[in-house]
Design a protein around this ligand. Structure first.
Ligand code: FMN
Ligand code: SF4
Length: 520
């Protein structure tokens, strides 16, 4: 029997040398006359261990990581094929690694287990069971299940997915669309990419179910142009799903139809905002539209459109397969189910951590993340992308819950968590937030377009008149919050004001300059 070895093929693993490791394993097996079956699986999201090589043994899979191409000879010598524990990179059974064992993987349960493009593998791992059930249900009932699951949009705004779908379902039109927002522009985020590169059929399944639910026959995945591998994987998966009768006319022998295409984004952060995204998808410049009308009523090409994030749509197959209660059972308050958090920045163990709402940042940062990568004390954490607040340690015990975060003028957003050690200069970060807004603003409204540029200037002049300019900065933030058309200008004050209020010592004229602290 061939020895089956798995080497991840996602962008992160590849960036860390997975292709060279795979080639070295093939060479070594050939030289040793070992019958090898090399599987390029998706990543399990334990990025600090990538490339994470796994071997199938009679006692289950055994993992080694991080593996470099030059380690491969030694690995074989140390008994890789039998899962021996003699090599320094030995990690034991992947599911026993605490980082993975302590997660609650509902959406990511299959991610990293097999070849992302193998339909057989997807089906063996319970894929398309949700769709099979949805094909027997009325759209009305699918929408009810999604509503009962408590699923809220994972793109940032946390709007209830069932309510959005109900609006599209109830808006009569001969043509409706499902648009997947795969622009994934938030700093430190990669969960959408991981879904698309490691479990693409899950997203396809979620989109077909959304189409069945609301009566849409055409879907688009609006994919950020910086994800070329995700583009290749998604296109190949769509082709294979089509050939197998899951897409196109007469899905799996029924009278339903659903077509799906990938469209590349325009490379602007604002094109992740749903109405700018729709403009871009229509071939125009990505400018924000005034709401109402909501995209659910008048969206792509003026038709009722579901716009959902990758993670929202990827959660749907589980809900349809296992029932809304199985999803709603996890979580706290009005935040039901799980959120795939993405640990990034200055963190020892970066990667994907899917957890039920209610855990704390401290658990994520230390139990999962292992503290800072630099070895210095952690000082600030930005949660929810570039428009998210900077949180000091006193706020790290707040439960990860949409309402609890909103109560402290913060947000969970898409689950991106970027950690900073004590060398961070929060005044520079506040300036960066304004600068980012000035660069990425679509320019439609004055508080955002002009306000962000004035914001950079005021921060630069803080030392000249600390009290006066601080008041000016607070007033400017208030104007941006109250007067901006969308959350780009409306939420840029979150990182700015949190830095100013939570880390006031970084805003004094005699502050310690950034980078002046001694290394530990
Ligand atoms: C400036 C800005 C950027 C955004 N970027 C993204 C993005 O990259 N991906 C995303 O899914 N949602 C993004 N959103 C949120 C979308 O506008 C929208 O709420 C989301 O796609 C709806 O899907 P959901 O309900 O599944 O979250 C962004 C919003 C704003 C204001
Ligand atoms: S807030 Fe900024 S990004 Fe949003 S519409 Fe106004 S100018 Fe455009």
């Amino acid at each position: 029997m061939a020895t089956r070895i798995f080497v991840p093929s996602d962008t992160t693993a590849r960036a860390l040398g997975a292709d060279a490791v795979a080639a070295a394993i093939e060479r070594e097996a050939l030289a040793r006359k070992i019958d090898l079956e090399l599987v390029r699986n998706g990543s399990r999201g334990l990025f600090w261990l990538e490339p994470l090589v796994e071997v199938e043994t009679s006692a289950g899979r055994v993992a080694y990581g991080p593996v470099r191409a030059e380690d491969v000879g030694g690995l074989f010598e140390a008994g890789l094929c039998s899962g021996a524990a003699r090599h320094a990179s030995f990690q034991g059974r992947p599911e026993d690694i605490p980082f993975l064992r302590n997660q609650q993987r509902l959406t990511f349960s299959r991610v990293g287990l097999g070849d992302p493009l193998s339909l057989d593998n997807y089906i063996e791992l319970d894929g398309f069971r949700g769709l099979s059930r949805a094909l027997t249900m009325a759209g009305e009932d699918i929408v009810r299940w999604v509503t009962e699951s408590g699923l809220r949009g994972r793109g940032g705004a946390a709007f209830p997915t069932g309510i959005k779908w109900r609006t599209v379902l109830d808006t009569p039109s001969p043509l409706k669309y499902v648009v997947c927002n795969a622009d994934e522009g938030d700093s430190g985020t990669f969960a959408d990419r991981l879904v698309m590169e490691s479990d693409p059929y899950m997203l396809i399944e979620g989109m077909i179910i959304a189409g069945l639910a609301v009566g849409a026959t055409q879907g688009y995945i609006y994919l950020r142009s910086e994800y070329p591998l995700a583009q290749r994987v998604m296109n190949e998966a769509i082709e294979r799903a089509h050939a197998a009768g899951y897409l196109g006319e007469g899905i799996r022998g029924t009278s339903y139809r659903f077509d799906l295409e990938v469209r590349l984004g325009a490379g602007a952060y604002i094109c992740g905002e749903e109405t700018a995204l729709l403009e871009s998808l229509e071939g125009k410049r990505g400018m924000v539209r005034v709401k109402p009308p909501l995209p659910a009523v008048k969206g792509l090409f003026g038709q009722p459109t579901v716009v959902n994030n990758v993670l929202s749509l990827a959660a749907v197959p589980f809900i349809l397969d296992r029932g809304p209660g199985a999803y709603a059972d996890s979580g706290m308050g009005r935040s039901r189910g799980t959120l795939p958090f993405q640990l990034a920045g200055n963190i020892a163990r970066g990667g994907l951590v899917e957890l039920a709402f209610g855990a704390t940042l401290r658990e994520l940062l230390y139990d999962f993340g292992g503290g800072s990568r630099s070895g210095r004390p952690l000082r600030a954490v930005q949660v929810g992308g570039p428009l998210g607040a900077y949180l000091p340690e006193s706020q790290w015990d707040t439960p990860l819950d949409y309402e609890a975060f909103a109560a402290m003028s913060a947000m969970l957003g898409h689950g991106g968590i970027v950690a900073f050690d004590d060398t961070v200069d929060l005044r520079q970060q506040a300036r960066f937030a304004m600068e980012f807004c000035a660069v990425e603003s679509c320019g439609k409204c004055t508080p955002c377009r002009i306000g962000s540029t004035r914001g950079v200037e005021v921060i630069d002049q803080l030392d000249a008149d600390p009290e006066g300019n601080r008041v000016l900065l607070e007033e400017l933030c208030e104007t941006m919050t109250d007067g901006s058309l969308c959350a780009m200008g409306g939420m840029t004050p979150y990182p700015v004001l949190s830095a100013l209020r939570q880390f006031p010592e970084d805003f004094t004229a005699d502050r310690e300059p950034c980078g002046s602290r001694e290394p530990v």
